[in-house]
Design a binder for this molecule. Structure first.
Ligand SMILES: CC(C)(COP(=O)(O)OP(=O)(O)OC[C@H]1O[C@@H](n2cnc3c(N)ncnc32)[C@H](O)[C@@H]1OP(=O)(O)O)[C@@H](O)C(=O)NCCC(=O)NCCS
Length: 146
């Protein structure tokens, strides 16, 4: 049984573990703990039972939403679970009067780029050498919600 809800401080450790197995440049425990207090950001966690298996972060500023992170524990991938989080992203954004969504993604991250394309995100630009560890360009993708 899967459930999506807003993240609480009790989830910080789980999200931190997911970060460390999903990203080559993971955010630290303290960054996550502080970050989830940012009033512009919404952190959603996906649970199977009591276990946090994935999360998503949305930043909303002046009717524009930015998908900052989406990640699933590796053993849960390829089962459509990221789509549950993406569905929530779109629904929550529309409910909060977001007019457009954008994100950056590593050029080499074909899985994520496919996921975003399937949700109507269109590639609109490149940010050269945007990422570190390893250094890589970011592809900017946008979706209009109006
Ligand atoms: C990106 C990520 C969240 C996708 O999670 P997932 O649960 O495996 O995705 P889903 O099973 O819901 O698949 C959704 C779509 O993603 C794409 N996708 C998933 N796995 C893929 C793969 N191995 N190769 C190519 N595309 C893939 C497809 O478009 C798929 O839709 P489809 O099944 O209709 O073809 C997951 O791979 C992940 O956590 N990666 C590490 C963190 C990351 O890179 N996050 C993105 C940048 S912040």
């Amino acid at each position: 049984m899967f459930l999506i809800r807003k993240m609480t401080e009790e989830d910080v450790q789980s999200v931190s573990e997911i970060e460390s197995v999903c990203f080559s440049d993971p955010w630290s425990f303290d960054t996550i703990k502080e970050g989830q207090k940012n009033r512009f950001d919404t952190w959603l966690v996906l649970l199977e039972g009591d276990t946090v298996i994935g999360f998503l972060i949305l930043r909303i500023i002046a009717f524009e939403g930015e998908l900052l992170r989406i990640a699933l524990r590796p053993e849960y991938r390829g089962r459509g679970l990221a789509k549950k989080l993406m569905d929530q992203l779109v629904e929550y954004s529309i409910h909060n009067s977001v007019k457009s969504l954008f994100l950056e993604v590593r050029n080499s991250n074909e899985t994520a780029r496919n996921l975003y394309s399937s949700y109507g995100f269109i590639e609109t630009g490149i940010r050269k050498n945007y990422y570190k560890n390893p250094q890589e360009d970011a592809v900017v993708m946008c979706r209009d919600l109006t």
